[in-house]
Design a protein around this ligand. Structure first.
Ligand code: ZN
Length: 287
């Protein structure tokens, strides 16, 4: 099954596929172990920073090997690529299912132009493309500052603008902004499900993604899935699980230099978070 088939199945059966960011090998093992345990399809994704750390060829090999070994659907996505050039490099690698061209920093005409170019390259290889029009705020970290909801609201997606962007660019997945933000905050804004419903109404044939899935209460994520979200991005919560487990293990073992002796346990701490997300997203047993 292709990524398109998987998202169509998700749409039809009312679940979402988790798109989990990979910072390092422990997080990767945590994600795929959880997917295996839950018999769930899963997407692993690499931002340009994460992809730069691994190297494109290495990360593709890692994912291709894991598909064989774990025998579960592992989709591969390039996350938040700001340039056509980076998308082109990923598309040239056999193994990618999806590339996310994030032109939200560009003016709309430039964004459409870039997205169109990526769509032509990607579709020729059977790869789907995610596009982003409205700049999603925050960063995938733990934030102490409060969100100014009035300011945040100015960046929410407008259904009419979204429709024009999607029709002209030809993208397959639209990154909707309706109260979601990257990272975790002391007070998380509520998702605007009424707005999401309008966006889905304007884009009935486009898949919708929810970025900044970390920190959003499960019940709200489930309402968003009911309203049409088929891809939920999670990064920060994995980073927290990884860092907390690493700090704990280093503290417990001050004389241990063979760090890999507890790397497995750190990976399993990440895995527990992913298993919980898979349950929330309803993708358990769907592989
Ligand atoms: Zn994102």
């Amino acid at each position: 099954m292709t990524a398109r088939d998987w998202f169509e199945k998700a749409q039809k059966e009312n679940f979402a596929i988790g798109a989990f960011n990979v910072d390092n090998l422990e997080i990767f093992k945590g994600i795929i172990t959880a997917a295996k345990n839950k018999n769930s399809p899963v997407m692993v994704e690499f931002s340009p920073g994460e992809a730069g750390y691994f190297g494109l060829k290495n990360l593709v090999d890692m994912v291709v090997n894991a598909r064989e070994e774990y025998k579960i659907p592992i989709l591969l996505n390039l996350d938040h690529s700001k340039t056509v050039q980076d998308c082109r490099a990923a598309i040239a690698q056999p193994g990618f299912d999806d590339v996310h061209f994030d032109g939200s920093h560009l003016d709309v005409e430039e964004n459409i132009k870039g997205a169109k170019e990526v769509v032509a390259l990607a579709h020729a290889k059977g790869i789907i493309v995610e596009g982003e029009l409205d700049k999603l705020g925050g960063s995938s970290e733990v934030h102490d500052e409060e969100i100014d909801e009035a300011v945040l609201r100015q960046s929410y997606s407008d259904p009419k603008r979204a429709l024009r962007f999607v029709s002209e660019s030809g993208i397959d997945i639209f990154a909707a902004v309706f109260g979601n933000i990257h990272g975790t905050f002391p007070t998380q804004p509520d998702l605007d499900i009424a707005l999401l419903t309008q966006i889905k109404g304007a884009l009935p044939d486009t898949f919708l993604s929810l970025h900044g899935g970390s920190g959003i209460p499960a019940v709200q994520v489930q309402s968003a899935i009911k309203a049409g979200i088929v891809k939920v991005n999670i990064n920060t919560e994995l980073r927290i699980a990884y860092r907390d487990a690493l700090v704990e293990k280093l503290g417990e073992n001050p004389k241990e230099y063979k760090i890999y002796s507890f790397s497995e346990e750190i990976a399993m701490a990440v895995s527990a978070v992913v298993e919980n997300k898979i349950e929330v997203f309803g993708s358990s047993g769907k592989a």
